[in-house]
Ligand binder design. Structure first.
Ligand code: UGA
Length: 451
């Protein structure tokens, strides 16, 4: 009945968003997770995390009620009942900052168990971010050892990096700017390309499909995330240069730089630095991988150092404004690693909190429109949690804007004056109109000296 039956092994952002988008376009999808509670939630059409558009698609699939999408806790069964399996497991950072491939390994084992029992050709696609050599040297090897089947003969093998950004996962899945297919052999690559031609139909018209070998595809993903991180650290380095002289404004400088058609203005936003589950983890992973091969990735080292230092910078700027922060109350506007998510992983707010504590502040109060629960799990009693802007600013000596939520953008100098003990504001994301705020408030920002 269905032209394609796909199993998605791993139900995080990439896995679940891909799964529902495929099912929404008439592809039979069996997702698999070992988390029973999560599987039950998904089967009840409740999104297990917030991601724009996800709940709507789950609702639509529920209404259609065609049994086109289900989530089970048995990966072997999921593989056996489908023709293509996509590995979408997380590849977190180990304590030593190298990549943790344990979820990939166990999933490869499960695929091996399934393929041992399967006679038909099956395509295995690694979508997780993995260091070069993993798909061939670990995934294929384990599947072969367990199933006795050979890649390129009994099963196909591809590595297809994903480029979804949190908060845009559905949009990015539906409108990719390119599809990169690392193929073990021609047949595997063609099978995956045909699948995407079917899924996207005419929408694929302006989207190049790049076919290459598996290891190059693995490195493309790191190439992307490392370059985006480098752009941010570059903008932050220049923000620090801008602070050496009066009258220079980093926002104008980066606008001027970014309009060069070879560069693009995106990801040149200076601020308190990047966070999230990807940039930090991936830059560290490829740096550790390259070190293990005898190459010292100095540029990437600098990218991470500059990023970590931005948290110190914003606290330095606050002390220039207020004097010592020792014994003072500081308010944090925004805690999540970026607006539109409750994700706190590697958020700049964590580094800022640690720096403030080092400097002996008396009290830190934080407010975030979505991330209060996750922030509490991450930061515990290091800070107090306010339920509104008004509450977070109350009795405060200095406010730091950490995450550029829209609702913070609507605040005026009056709001800070009305609610704070001493209205001092440091804009860590260049959210506010510099001239207005500098005129009406005791104000500082990243990348511009206040005169
Ligand atoms: C990132 C990439 O953008 C995706 O293409 C990639 O697929 C994903 O990682 C991944 O590897 O899975 P994500 O981490 O969700 O996506 O978020 P981004 O929107 O890229 O933002 C990352 C961080 O950079 C945020 O903390 C943001 O505040 C910061 N940032 C971004 C800046 O500091 N300045 C900028 O100009 C842009």
């Amino acid at each position: 009945m269905y032209k394609y039956k796909v199993s998605i092994l791993g139900t995080g952002f990439i896995g679940l968003c891909s799964a529902v988008c495929f099912a929404d376009k008439d592809i039979k999808v069996i997702a698999s997770t070992h988390n029973e509670k999560k599987a039950a939630q998904i089967n009840e059409s409740i999104a297990p995390f917030y991601e724009e558009g996800l709940q709507e698609i789950l609702d639509r699939l529920k209404t259609a009620n065609l049994n086109i999408f289900q989530c089970i806790t048995n990966p072997v069964k999921a593989v056996l009942e489908t023709d293509i399996s996509m590995i979408t497991q997380g590849t977190p950072m180990r304590e030593d900052k190298s990549i943790d491939l344990s979820y990939i390994e166990s999933t490869a084992r499960e695929i091996g168990e399934a393929l041992k029992k399967k006679d038909n050709y099956h395509l295995v696609v690694v979508r997780s971010t993995v260091v070069p050599g993993t798909t061939r040297g670990l995934v294929a090897k384990i599947i072969t050892e367990i199933s006795g089947k050979e890649p390129g003969k009994d099963f196909g093998l591809c590595m297809q990096p994903e480029f979804l950004a949190e908060g845009r996962s559905i949009e990015d899945t539906l409108h990719p700017d390119r599809i990169v297919i690392g193929q073990f052999d021609e047949k595997s690559g063609s099978m995956l390309q045909e699948f995407y031609e079917y899924f996207y139909g005419i929408h694929l018209k302006n989207c190049p499909i790049l076919r290459m070998n598996i290891e190059s595809a693995e490195l493309v993903k790191y190439g992307n995330n490392c370059l985006l991180s480098t752009k941010i650290s570059y903008a932050n380095e220049f923000a620090n240069l801008a602070q050496l002289v009066p009258n220079v404004d980093i926002v104008e400088v980066m606008k001027g730089v970014g309009l060069d058609y070879r560069i693009s203005p995106r990801f040149l936003g200076a601020g308190v630095g990047f966070g999230g589950s990807c940039f930090h983890k991936d830059v560290n992973a490829i740096k550790a991988w390259s070190k293990s091969k005898g190459y010292n990735a100095r540029l990437l080292e600098a990218v991470l150092d500059i990023n970590d230092d931005q948290a110190i910078k914003i606290v330095d700027i606050a002390e220039e404004l207020v004097g010592t922060l020792k014994g003072k109350k500081v308010s944090l506007l925004g805690l999540a690693f970026k607006p539109g998510t409750d994700d706190m992983r590697e958020a700049a707010s964590i580094r800022v909190v640690n720096e403030l504590l080092k400097r002996g502040v008396k009290k830190i109060s934080g407010f975030d429109p979505k991330a209060l629960g996750t922030a509490q799990a991450e930061l515990g009693d290091k800070i107090e949690y306010a339920k509104s802007v008004e509450e977070v600013l109350r009795d405060s000596d200095c406010a730091l804007l950490i995450t550029e939520w829209d609702e913070f953008g609507n605040l005026t100098p009056e709001d800070f004056k009305n609610h704070m003990k001493t209205p001092n504001l440091v804009d860590g994301r260049r959210l506010y109109d510099y001239n207005k705020f500098n005129r009406e408030l005791s104000f500082r920002t990243i990348g511009r000296i206040s005169l």
